[in-house]
Structure formats: structure tokens, C-alpha cells
Design a protein around this ligand. Structure first.
Ligand code: HEC
Length: 175
């Protein structure tokens, strides 16, 4: 084998490595993009569920709340009670007190130290916001410090939202 042939072989190996590596890079870039799209348009409602939505923002909130039951919500709230009080005059725990939380501005309890994520959020706890938040708190308001995975079940969410609505001075009529 002369040195010219050896050169050809080495070049072929180098080119192969470059191509393989290059494809890996390119596909990383493509899949990165796809991941972002999936997150942006993800719909949490399971297939065949009573509440279908094209995006989270357009959830049919009356249909969702119709699945709820206050007594069931009281039971679901046991998952929250380690960190939140919900009775009138209840205090802050690990999380802020939740009496009157529905339709109050996000992050409004003055003697509770919220994360910046909540104080800067600038919205109020509407039916839709509360539903979105409780599906997956970490995703709905990025950077908040509520250490709770979320409530997957629509009935659980609807019920606990009705229970929160009931736990206030002036419960709102359902939409
Ligand atoms: C492990 C503790 C923990 C659990 C369990 C928990 N939370 Fe929280 N929650 C927090 C903390 C901490 C915050 C404050 C988050 C921040 O400041 O970023 C919070 C904030 C909130 C807020 C915002 C209140 C406001 O004043 O703006 C709501 C609403 C809420 N939680 C509802 C719930 C509900 C409903 C459940 C049960 C389904 C629940 N949380 C379970 C710790 C918890």
C-alpha cells in the first residue's frame, strides 16, 4: 500500500466521522425545535375526556366545573392542607392562606413571602388561571416555589376549585 492509498483511507474515515457527527448535530437542532413546539401546544386533557380543548387557554371552564363536587373538593384539599390553611382566619403555612383566594390577585397575601414569579405575575385567580395552575403549577407559572406536582384528574381539579370558591366571604356564581 503506498502513502497515497493510506491518505485516501484516512480521508474516507475522517469524512465518515464528520458526516455521522454532523447528522447528530443537525438532528439535535431539529428535535430541540420540535420539543419546544410540543410544549407550546400541549393539551393536558386526556383523549376522550369530557373537556376537550385546542389549547389550555381555551378550556371550556363551565364544562369542567360541572364535573366538580364541593364535598369531593374538601377531600382533595387534604393534599393541599399540609401547606395551606383554607378556613376564615387561618394563617400562612408553607404556602399562603387560601381563604378568599378565588378572584383575588395572584400573590396578594401581604404577610406571606411569595416567590418573585408569583408577585410579578400580574393576574387574578380566575377559574381558568386556577385550573391551569393546578394542572401543573411549575409549568403554569414558571419559577414559582409551590412544591406540588399538580392534579391530573379533571374532577379533582374542578372539585377543589369549587371548594376554594366556597371558602371565601362571597363565593362567585359558577360560569
Ligand atoms: C408542599 C407544599 C404545598 C402543597 C402540597 C400545595 N401548595 Fe399551594 N403553595 C405552596 C407555596 C410554597 C406557595 C407559594 C408559591 C410561591 O410564592 O411561588 C403556594 C401557592 C399557592 C397558591 C397561590 C396563592 C396566592 O395567594 O396567590 C394557590 C392558589 C395554591 N398554592 C393552591 C394550592 C392547592 C389548591 C393545593 C392542593 C391541590 C396546593 N396549593 C398544594 C405550597 C404548597
Amino acid at each position: 500500500m503506498n502513502s497515497f492509498e493510506i491518505n485516501k483511507i484516512i480521508t474516507a474515515i475522517l469524512v465518515t466521522i464528520l458526516v455521522v457527527f454532523g447528522i447528530g448535530k443537525i438532528s439535535n437542532i431539529i428535535f430541540d425545535k420540535e420539543d419546544k413546539n410540543i410544549v407550546a401546544y400541549k393539551v393536558e386533557a386526556p383523549e376522550g375526556s369530557a373537556v376537550q380543548a385546542s389549547t389550555e387557554a381555551s378550556v371550556d371552564i363551565s364544562a369542567l366545573l360541572a364535573l366538580g363536587d364541593i364535598e369531593h373538593g374538601k377531600k382533595v384539599f387534604k393534599k393541599c392542607a399540609a401547606c395551606h390553611s383554607v378556613n376564615a382566619g387561618g394563617g400562612n403555612k408553607i404556602g399562603p392562606k387560601l381563604w378568599n383566594v378565588m378572584f383575588r390577585p395572584v400573590g396578594a397575601v401581604t404577610d406571606y413571602k411569595y416567590s418573585k414569579a408569583l408577585t410579578d405575575y400580574g393576574k387574578e385567580w380566575s377559574w381558568e388561571e386556577m385550573n391551569g395552575f393546578l394542572i401543573k403549577p411549575a409549568k403554569w407559572i414558571k419559577g414559582n416555589k409551590m412544591g406540588f406536582a399538580g392534579l391530573k384528574s379533571e374532577k379533582d381539579r374542578a372539585s377543589v376549585i369549587l371548594y376554594l370558591n366556597q371558602s371565601g366571604d362571597s363565593p362567585k356564581p359558577l360560569p
